[in-house]
Structures are given as C-alpha cells and as structure tokens.
Design a protein around this ligand. Structure first.
Ligand SMILES: [Fe+2]
Ligand SMILES: [Fe+2]
Length: 280
C-alpha cells in the first residue's frame, strides 16, 4: 500500500444547473449521496478535532505527519461538499436544521463528554466505512452515468478516502489498541452512520414526493441487492473490520484511487489541484 497522502483542492465549478437527481434513473443513489454531502462537513470537522486532540500522544513522527496530511485532505472535503449545499438550497431541500441538530447532539456532545479513546475509535471505524464506500463506488463505477460535476466531487472524495484509509486506524492502534475499544467504536459508528444517512436520504426523497413509488423501491432493492450488492458487501466490510488481524491496507483499491486522482489532476481545466508536497 502506497502510504503517500497528497492534499488536494477541488476546483471544479458546481453551477446550479446540476440536476436534482444527478445520477439519471437512480433517485435513490442520488439522494443517499446528497445525504452524505450534508453529513460530511460536521463529520469531518469531528475527525479533525479528534486527531488534533490525539497529537500529543503520538510518539512516531511519521504517523504525526500522516495525521497532518489527513487533516488537510478532510478539511478540503468539508469545504467542497459545503459548496454543493448551495445547490441543495437552490433545489429547495430542507436539511440545515437536521444537520445542525446532528452536529450539536452527536459531535459536539461527543467532544465534550466522550473519552478520547472512544472518539478515536469512532473516527477509525467511520474512516473504514468511507474507504469501503469509496472502493465500491469506484471499483463498480456506480457513478459512470452521473452528471460529471457531481461525479467528480464524489469520486475525488472517495479516492482520497482510499488514499488515507489507514491513518485513523493506525492512530487508534497508537493511542488505544485494545480490541474492546475498536468493537465499541464500530458498533456505535456503524449504527449511527447508516441511521443518519438512510434517514436523511428518505427525508430528501419524501420532499421530492418520490418515496412511495414502485421505482424508488426497485432502485433501493437493486442498490442493496442484485445490482450493486451493497447489503452483502457492507456486511462483509464491517465483518472484516471486526477481525482481530484487520488492517485497512487489506481493503485494496489503491490503483483505482490513483487512476481517478491522476485523471482529475490532468484534466484541463483541472478538477483537483495538489496543495503541496507529499507526506511520506
Ligand atoms: Fe473525507
Ligand atoms: Fe477520511
């Protein structure tokens, strides 16, 4: 696994003519990733606060440098997804109240009351989820027919999640390596992540009056079952995380992530721009 992590800025325009359901014929996946977009900034701000709080406990300078590169990548993810909120606003979606409540009730409460070992474990598990979502969306080319601007935003983020997937896990191993800690974080995170993302996606579909349609149910079944097989694959990825010998390097996906980022960097005009030297 290539350990280099390059912070990049997403520079492509996201004009308001992007369609509401930007993956044609699949309002379910469009809504799931719109929900992801809403949840990303508060999530990633929480990762950054958690990693910063752990810095004094990290003895290894290489791990400290990887944490800094991770923080710079996550900060840019938050900025880019928040830019897309303007499109969600222009499309008339109501989501900001929900987002504020999630930030206050979950993340700020966790900052205040959650022990650092639990916060580090939550970040480690959600980073595994981000990485396997990236792996599945990129390796299955699920967004190949999507509006190219939103596809670029999502695929850039997914590729970087693959690129830095080991950082939070390695940090957890450095500050709280007990298996029970990993287990506690995994159970909490997996339940919360899927509850929030699915709940918000359902709310967005309801706002579009698309929830109670046969084709919506069909798209959901295809995504979870025979099409993208995300039900079976998600369970397998979560099961892998619970194995005592797990390490994020085992996920793979480096080649597809590197190819995505190379294509986006080489595009004219560029989709993403590297922000500086690589952290090795
Ligand atoms: Fe991210
Ligand atoms: Fe990440």
């Amino acid at each position: 696994m290539d350990e280099s992590i390059t912070p990049r800025r997403f520079v492509e325009a996201l004009p308001h003519d992007v369609p509401k359901h930007w993956l044609p014929g699949n309002e379910v996946v469009s809504s799931l990733l719109n929900a992801y977009t809403v949840l990303v900034p508060a999530n990633e701000a929480f990762y950054i606060r958690t990693l910063n709080a752990c810095q004094s406990r990290i003895a290894d300078p290489a791990l400290r440098a990887r944490c800094q590169a991770f923080i710079r990548q996550e900060a840019q993810h938050g900025v880019a997804h928040k830019r897309y909120w303007q499109n969600l606003d222009a499309q008339g979606y109501a989501y900001r109240g929900f987002e504020r409540v999630v930030d206050r009730v979950i993340f700020r409460t966790m900052d205040r009351w959650g022990p650092l070992w639990l916060r580090a474990s939550l970040v480690s598990c959600v980073e595994h989820i981000n990485a396997y979502l990236g792996y599945e969306f990129l390796s299955q080319a699920i967004l190949s027919e999507a509006d190219p601007r939103v596809r670029d935003l999502m695929e850039w983020h997914f590729a970087e999640e693959i690129e830095h997937r080991a950082v939070a896990f390695d940090l957890l191993q450095a500050v709280a390596p007990r298996y029970a800690v990993r287990l506690a974080g995994a159970l909490t995170t997996a339940a919360l992540f899927y509850l929030l993302m699915t709940g918000l996606a359902i709310a967005l579909l309801a706002q579009d009056r698309l929830l109670w349609r046969r084709s919506t149910l069909h798209q959901a079944v295809e995504h979870v079952g025979p099409g993208h097989q995300m039900g079976r694959r998600t369970l397998r990825h979560l099961w892998n995380y619970l194995k005592p010998g797990f390490h994020p390097a085992q996920l793979g996906g480096d080649a597809v992530a590197a190819a995505t980022l190379a294509r986006q960097t080489a595009a004219r005009p560029p989709v993403v721009v590297a922000m500086g030297a690589k952290a090795e």
